[in-house]
Every structure is written in structure tokens, then in C-alpha cells.
Design a protein around this ligand. Structure first.
Ligand code: NAD
Length: 297
């Protein structure tokens, strides 16, 4: 059992903190939203008045915040958490942020002798609730070994991608590929349907052929082809277009900095941002299918 502070109790952080309680840890929480704190308290966590108060005297601090600027604001500067943490505290940030921001926080932590791990996740809100997230970690071996038993309370697959920032790099690569696969799958389905094919029959053929991929196999974007996926409930729930856009923006910025060509990723980014400005930002990302249909708004 560890004493854990959990900061950022949104769609992901709320259920993750609840799973840590279930795993037997002593969890103290903080969020800017009183409602989010109350949900965590109902799940068995203790409430703190501030991030500083939550993090005091804990074995581990975990953050799950919207973006890089929130992570910097929480950890850095005179009023940031790192200024007051003891060197024994393990710090894990599971937000999806730019690798260089993760490295900046890791460096600031290192200057105070504090172990830091970037540990972004894959698996979405469903995985957060079920405790089956994939954690993709960046940091040194010692930090990873300390984090692993804690992360196991919230996830199924725990990977060590490399040094500081490597977790974020791997996460960005994965989501860029996902966006490309989803766009390509939607395009192929729309072409087949335009030719009079049944999307369910075409899906089955491609699944058993060389076009098979995750989007087609478990997350079919054509309405009504697969039960239980967002496409079969008007693209509600799931992984939002706005979040995919955020991740594609991180991939693009990273590619520019590293002079890495990402023609497919750039195209996917353009498609998803076009889809978002048409008012689809809060739909599941498989709704990109609509961009390939005649009734697209
Ligand atoms: P969210 O917006 O639902 O939750 C973020 C929470 O952080 C909010 O409750 C907000 O009040 C809180 N917060 C913001 N600033 C704070 C501060 N200074 N102190 C305390 N609390 C603060 O976001 P989410 O969907 O839970 O996503 C969190 C992170 O996980 C993001 O980086 C996102 O990209 C990533 N992610 C999300 C999903 C998903 O499906 N939602 C999947 C994988 C990764």
C-alpha cells in the first residue's frame, strides 16, 4: 500500500484514482473542480484543499491534466509542487504532453533529486474505468521499477519506452498511426459503398485480407456494422475528435522540430482539423467517416 496524491480528476483521472483506492492504496485527491473531487471522495479517496496539500508527505504524486501548460503550472516555479516535495517522492505524469515539456519537468525534478516518470496512457475512458489502460513510460530504470506496482492498479500493459520523454514520443507515434489507419479505413469503406457494396461485407473481407487493421477489426467506423462501438451510437462517447487533434498537433510540432517527414500524419491532421471546425470536435474520432460521405455537413 502506498500513500498517493492524485491531481486532475477528469474523464480519465477520476476513474484512475478510484482504481487506486480499489487496489488498496491510500489516495488523496485535488482538482480545480469541486464536483470532480466529490466523485473521488465518494469512491473512497481523501480530499485536499490544494495540490500542495495533497502532495505533502506522499510516496507518489500522479497528475492527469489536460495539456503541457497545466503540467508546467502544477510542477514548476516557486509555487509548483516540485519546490516542496521530498526527494523520496516518486512523480508520475500521465497527461499527454510534448516530450520536451516532460523532459523540462524531469530535469527540474532531477535537480531536487526527485524521480520523475512520463507515463501517458492509451485505452481511453473505458480503459480508465476498467483498470485496463496501457501505460507508456519514459524515465530511468529505478523510477520505472518503483512506478510499475502502482501503475498495475490502473492498467494492464506497462511499457518502458526509454528515457525521459520517450513515453510521450511513443504515445504521439501511436496516435498518429491510429489517425492514419482510421482515415484510411473510412476512405476505403466509402469507396466500396459508392460502388454498391455492403459495408459489413466489405469490412469482413478486408478484416480477413491484407487491409485488416485495429480500426477495422475492433472499432468499425461505419454506422451499424459493429455493435458497441461509437459509430453505432451516433459517434457519442469514445475518443474525442478534439483530443485526436491535440495529439496530431503534438506529433506535427515534434516532427517539425526533429525534421522528420510525416506526410501521412500531416494529411490526417488536416482531415481531423477540418472535421473539427465543422462542429464535430466532441464526437468520437471514428466520426471522420462522415467526411467521406455525401451528406457530410
Ligand atoms: P479532462 O479535461 O476531463 O480532465 C482534466 C482535469 O484536470 C479536469 O478535471 C480539470 O479540472 C483538472 N485540472 C486542470 N488544471 C488543474 C490544476 N492546475 N490543478 C488541479 N486540477 C486541474 O481531461 P481527460 O480526458 O481526463 O484527459 C487528461 C489527459 O489524458 C489529457 O492530457 C489527455 O490528452 C489524455 N488522454 C485522454 C484520453 C481520453 O479518452 N479522454 C485518452 C488518453 C489520454
Amino acid at each position: 500500500m502506498a500513500k498517493i496524491a492524485f491531481i486532475g480528476l477528469g474523464h480519465m483521472g477520476g476513474p484512475m484514482a478510484a482504481n487506486l483506492v480499489k487496489a488498496g492504496h491510500q489516495v488523496t485527491v485535488f482538482d480545480l473542480s469541486k464536483e470532480a473531487i466529490q466523485h473521488a471522495v465518494d469512491a473512497g479517496a481523501a480530499e485536499a484543499e490544494s495540490g500542495q496539500a495533497a502532495a505533502a508527505d506522499k510516496d507518489c504524486v500522479i497528475t492527469m491534466l489536460p495539456a503541457g501548460q497545466h503540467v508546467e503550472a502544477v510542477y514548476l516555479g516557486d509555487r509548483g509542487l516540485l519546490a516542496n516535495l521530498s526527494p523520496e517522492t516518486l512523480v508520475i505524469d500521465s497527461s499527454t504532453i510534448a516530450p520536451e515539456t516532460a523532459r523540462k519537468v524531469a530535469e527540474a525534478a532531477g535537480e531536487r533529486g526527485i524521480a520523475f516518470l512520463d507515463a501517458p496512457v492509451s485505452g481511453g475512458v473505458g480503459g480508465a474505468k476498467a483498470g485496463t489502460l496501457t501505460f507508456i513510460c519514459g524515465g530511468d530504470d529505478a523510477g520505472f521499477q518503483r512506478a510499475e506496482p502502482i501503475l498495475q492498479g490502473m492498467g494492464k500493459n506497462i511499457f518502458h519506452a526509454g528515457g525521459h520523454g520517450a513515453g510521450q514520443v511513443a504515445k504521439i507515434c501511436n496516435n498518429m498511426l491510429l489517425a492514419i489507419l482510421m482515415s484510411g479505413t473510412c476512405e476505403a469503406l466509402a469507396l466500396g459503398v459508392k460502388n454498391g457494396l455492403d459495408p459489413a461485407v466489405l469490412s469482413e473481407i478486408m478484416k480477413q485480407s491484407s487491409g485488416g487493421n485495429w480500426a477495422l477489426n475492433v472499432y468499425n467506423p461505419w454506422p451499424g456494422v459493429m455493435e458497441g462501438v461509437p459509430a453505432s451510437r451516433d459517434y457519442e462517447g469514445g475518443f474525442l475528435v478534439n483530443l485526436m487533434n491535440k495529439d496530431l498537433g503534438l506529433a506535427y510540432d515534434n516532427a517539425v522540430k526533429n525534421q522528420a517527414p510525416i506526410p501521412m500524419g500531416s494529411l490526417a491532421r488536416n482531415l481531423f482539423s477540418l472535421h473539427a471546425v465543422k462542429g464535430n470536435g466532441t464526437l468520437d474520432f471514428s466520426s471522420i467517416q462522415r467526411l467521406f460521405l455525401e451528406q457530410d455537413k
